[in-house]
Design a binder for this molecule. Structure first.
Ligand code: FES
Length: 82
């Protein structure tokens, strides 16, 4: 799903950037250019980032708990659900 229309940045790109160490909006902006134009994507990008952090912290949660939160990890989105 596109998060930043101005720069054609998807949630998957943000998730990948987070995995590579971009754990703040400033880091995302520097790495991907997210929210560096109109800025309308900033809340959505922040939400994806927060979900990445929550998923990382709550990695011991069962998949059903994570699925019920509405968040699908990249592996589960690709059909790799246990
Ligand atoms: S939608 Fe991201 S900067 Fe405009």
């Amino acid at each position: 799903m596109y998060v930043c229309i101005c720069n054609a940045i998807t949630d998957r790109q943000i998730i990948q950037a987070h995995k590579e160490g971009a754990c703040s909006m400033r880091a995302l902006r520097k790495k991907l250019g997210v929210a560096d134009c109109c800025g309308r994507c900033a809340p959505a990008a922040r939400d994806v980032l927060a979900r990445c952090k929550a998923d990382q912290i709550g990695s011991t949660a069962t998949p059903s708990v994570r699925a019920s939160s509405g968040w699908l990890s990249p592996s589960s989105a690709a059909g790799d659900v246990a």
